[in-house]
Design a binder for this molecule. Structure first.
Ligand code: HEM
Length: 512
């Protein structure tokens, strides 16, 4: 790695300022409310957090604290008050009960959101007010997974999956990086969803990924801290300035792809994709604010990319890594495919008759825990909770990495075992079964992920389409990457867990 004098200077300045910061914070700390939940109070905590953020091990550290402090951990660090919710029960209690849920329904924009100028016009950081509800409804209308939208969605995914098959066939039987193939496909689907047509240049959807990655890099806790507290560092040549310049350049290209391009050829009343739909909505009564300020539309589209791309990719590629490691799961899914779908094209209507496949997706979400610390809600006032006080403005994090692998809840938690979501007769456990309720991978409450149905539908179509046609085998020329996500726990980009690179072989099944 190139070490420039500017980056050395940056590090020195950061170091000195951090020392001053620590002293200052210890002063503020003494003034923080009494009776906050338990948590580490020693001096070294700030350093531990900084190091864990740097190494991508914050979920691990939060899990260690959870073992010690039980249901809730409170940490005061670098001017931030962090509350970790360490069990599914306590998470549901705070985020879904009528008494508390509106007190924790806001999020504070992080530095990345400010730099790309979302200004609360997106969905993720929008204030929880009347307009937020309109935006949530808008999300469900335009995502198109209702009524006729289901068939349209399946057709769109299928067109892309057929293209993906050609890519796989070229490599049939050879060691293949399936992750890259899946990632490309997911990006193309997102592109088609927004623009209503496939890319002419297959490289074009890369722009979305570039943007998503750049935003997620800024969301790394250590970078976020510097951008928030030492913004002048973004003016000095070095790591932080580069990250900010990169995200701004990526934004320009993404805005053109998501919004300005489709807008130039938009014909009112003839929507091709989500952008056209939003432009049509903006002409309707009740949505004038989108017409007056089209940044609302751009920010809305940005939410789809930064909230929906890396998350689904991490889950889907992670599930395929598990599948290669667990051939008996592949065989059981293929049994279901042969019984229910046969040689037809996989459709969402098949889902209800394929409990094992559905259970595989749920188990993948549990094991991988794609957003290991999530929600990022903000306490809008001091909250009396469980005999303690969650202070106003505290950042509230769901510690799902911890409780989705809690051995008191999940037998052999690091094993990939879809059967835990089935009953004795092989039926999928109902949604209100305690085990399903404990699986909080998409958040809960007023701001739970609105993309859950969309992303689980895509996963179902990908898994069934690929396993209907191919057997998945370990690589021939290198060892198989393990599916032990405890080992991979350090692989986090921004807020999202990344699946480690892996190779496998895809071989056509005889009957398809
Ligand atoms: C496996 C895939 C996904 C996972 C694990 C995931 C996870 C999450 C989580 C944990 C939250 C925070 C929820 C909370 O605060 O309670 C969230 C919010 C959100 N997600 Fe997802 N997500 C996924 C896919 C998607 C997709 C595909 C989209 C878009 C098409 C999407 C759009 C959003 C939006 C817009 C929000 C903010 C909602 C709000 O603040 O009201 N997500 N997601």
């Amino acid at each position: 790695m190139e070490v420039t004098s500017a980056s050395v200077l940056n590090s020195l300045i950061v170091g000195v300022l951090l020392l001053f910061g620590l002293y200052f914070l210890s002063w503020i700390f003494r003034r923080s409310p009494k009776n906050v939940p338990p948590g580490p109070r020693e001096w070294g905590t700030n350093w531990k957090i900084l190091k864990a953020s740097w190494n991508g091990t914050l979920p691990k550290l939060a899990s260690e604290w959870a073992l010690k402090y039980k249901d809730i951990t409170f940490v005061y660090s670098f001017g931030l008050q962090l509350v970790f919710l360490n069990s599914a029960e306590i998470t549901r209690k705070l985020l879904t009960s009528n008494k508390y849920k509106f007190l924790v329904a806001d999020r504070s924009p992080n530095a990345a959101a400010r730099i790309i100028e979302l200004n609360g016009k997106d969905l993720v950081f929008s204030k929880f007010d009347g307009k937020f509800n309109i935006k949530r409804r808008l999300f469900y209308s335009v995502i198109g997974l209702y009524g006729d939208g289901v068939a349209k969605f399946e057709d769109m995914v299928w067109r892309e999956i057929e293209r993906m098959f050609m890519e796989i066939d070229v490599r049939e039987g050879k060691d293949t990086d399936l992750s890259s193939i899946l990632t490309r496909s997911l990006k193309i689907i997102l592109y088609i969803l927004v623009r209503g047509e496939g890319p002419i240049d297959p490289k074009e959807p890369e722009i979305l990924e570039e943007y998503d990655m750049a935003v997620n890099k800024l969301a790394q806790a250590d970078v976020d801290f510097v951008l928030d507290n030492l913004p002048f560092l973004t003016q000095i040549p070095g790591k932080f300035k580069r990250a900010v310049t990169h995200v701004k350049e990526a934004k320009k290209q993404a805005d053109e792809l998501l919004f300005y391009g489709p807008k130039r050829t938009h014909k009112p009343g003839e929507p091709r994709g989500i952008t056209d739909l939003l432009l049509d909505f903006a002409r309707q009564p009740g949505y004038e604010w989108m017409k007056t300020d089209e940044q609302h539309i751009i920010a809305f589209l940005t939410s789809l990319v930064v909230a929906g791309n890396l998350t689904t990719r991490s889950s889907l590629t992670g599930i395929f890594l598990c599948l290669v490691n667990y051939p008996e799961v592949i065989r059981t899914i293929q049994g279901e495919i042969d019984n229910v779908i046969g040689s037809e094209r996989p459709k969402l209507e098949h889902r209800s008759k394929m409990p094992y496949t559905e259970a595989t997706i749920l188990e993948g979400l549990r094991l991988i825990s794609p957003v290991p610390l999530n929600a990022f809600r903000r306490a809008s006032e001091d909250i009396d909770f469980e005999g303690m006080v969650i202070p106003k403005n505290a950042l509230i994090l769901i510690n799902s990495w911890h409780f989705l692998h809690d051995e008191n809840k999940w037998e052999d938690p690091w094993a990939f075992n879809p059967k835990r979501f089935l009953d004795d007769q092989g039926n999928l456990l109902p949604i209100d079964h305690p085990r399903r309720k404990d699986l909080i991978a998409f958040g809960v409450g007023a701001r739970a992920c609105p993309g859950e149905m969309f992303s689980r539908s895509r996963m179902f179509l990908f898994i069934t389409s690929i396993l209907q046609r191919y057997d998945l085998l370990p690589p021939a020329n290198e060892s198989l990457t393990s599916a032990d996500f405890n080992i991979h726990s350090e692989n986090v980009l921004g807020l999202v867990r990344q699946t480690p690179p892996f190779k496998c072989r895809l071989v056509r099944r005889q009957r398809h």
